[in-house]
Ligand binder design. Structure first.
Ligand SMILES: *Cc1c(COP(=O)(O)O)cnc(C)c1O
Length: 354
């Protein structure tokens, strides 16, 4: 009965996440989850949290979690904002910091949630094309804007942007906020967190969903100047005063503190990625350089959509984007375990031989 809807709801084009099929024995390489489970210390912390205290509301300010994050990055707690996954953090960022008279700028090929938030908050935006080699060219962002946002490494290409280029952009674009979405930064890309104390217009967002193996727990955070963080808190406290539940807080703190486990699993994902890239190139694939836990690959003689469908017949799922047409030849493949990589490569060998 859509006549009851608010007017804007008719105009929304919601984000479509990668599918989560309920099929056994699937080689699931479509949503950039970590193939390794969370640190055993996270599981311990969650068990301890299953207690009588659940009848009480959680800390509305998430002080313990903010302290753990601030400690890990040598920042102050007032430079940290936390939310239910970085998607929620980003939602608040769009509303609190990116709605201005000039358009928001982001790449034409990037995380497809950005235009969705613009629709929800009625933010005007302008797409800045990636170069022919699918790279972000910071000089293309030197134009009137109400804010700039892109992931580093970019998604779904995986290509990292050098920190020196981000710093150059911050220097020349002092009039608006530059948001660097570092969802995948821990897989071999340089982080912009080191620039936060020097650039009051820099905001960096992180998630525990990828490198910390906690997509199911929903925790993300933003790091930046206290004035930017205050804007986010104002929006959050006008929306949901208790965003981080007791489990999410306890699990996230344990994950952030177990740096040894985090280093080991991230390094393993990087090693598996390098081996997979080599094997795919031997099969004739063109693979873009990746600083993420996924790769973007295409075969000059085989259609990306068809390859994706044929892999699926073999119970292997990867992600394919029909639009923009420039990326339609590609498949985005999440890095799994070595065993999953081997299954993928042998399936592709059979498909290509047909
Ligand atoms: C996965 C992802 C996020 C969101 O992660 P959450 O699970 O909501 O924390 C944000 N940005 C990019 C580019 C992502 O790929």
């Amino acid at each position: 009965m859509s006549q009851y809807w608010s007017k804007i709801v008719h105009q929304l084009t919601p984000y479509v996440p990668g599918e989560q099929p309920k099929i056994d024995n699937l080689v699931k390489l479509n949503t950039n989850e970590n193939p390794y489970g969370p640190s055993p210390k996270v599981i311990e912390a969650l068990k301890l949290e299953a207690a009588d205290s659940l009848r009480l509301y959680p800390d509305p300010n998430s002080d313990a979690l903010k302290d753990a994050i601030a400690g890990a990055y040598h920042l102050n707690a007032n430079q940290v904002f936390v939310g239910n996954g970085s998607d929620e953090v980003l939602a608040h960022v769009f509303q609190a910091l990116l709605k201005h008279d000039q358009p928001l700028l982001f790449p034409d090929i990037t995380y497809s949630f950005y235009p969705v938030y613009c629709g929800l908050y009625e933010i005007e935006y302008k797409l800045v094309p990636l170069t022919a080699s699918f790279e972000i060219e910071v000089n293309d962002y030197l134009q009137p804007n109400g804010g700039i946002i892109f992931p580093n490494p970019n998604a779904p290409t995986g290509i990292p942007l050098a920190l020196a280029k981000i710093e150059k952009l911050l220097q020349v674009n002092k009039q608006s906020v530059v948001v660097i979405d570092e969802a995948y930064v821990d897989f071999g890309t340089e982080s912009a967190v080191s620039l936060i104390n020097r650039y009051p217009n820099l905001l960096v967002t992180h998630t525990l969903s990828k490198a910390r193996s906690l997509a199911g727990l929903r925790v993300g955070y933003a790091l930046g100047n206290p004035a930017l963080i205050e804007a986010l808190i104002r929006v959050k406290d006008s929306f949901n005063s208790y965003p981080i539940d007791r489990f999410a807080s306890a699990g996230a703190i344990a994950a952030i503190e177990d740096t040894a486990y985090f280093d080991k699993t991230s390094q393993q994902v990087i090693a598996t990625r390098e081996e997979l890239v080599k094997n795919l190139r031997e099969l004739g694939f063109e693979v873009l350089p990746s600083g993420a836990n996924f790769i973007f690959a295409q075969h000059p003689n085989h259609d990306g959509a068809k390859l994706t469908a044929k892999l699926r017949e073999k119970n292997i799922i990867v992600r394919h984007f029909k639009t923009p047409t420039r990326i339609a030849p590609y498949m985005r493949i999440t890095i799994g375990t070595d065993a999953q990589s081997q299954l993928l490569v042998s399936a592709l060998k059979k498909i290509l031989a047909l």
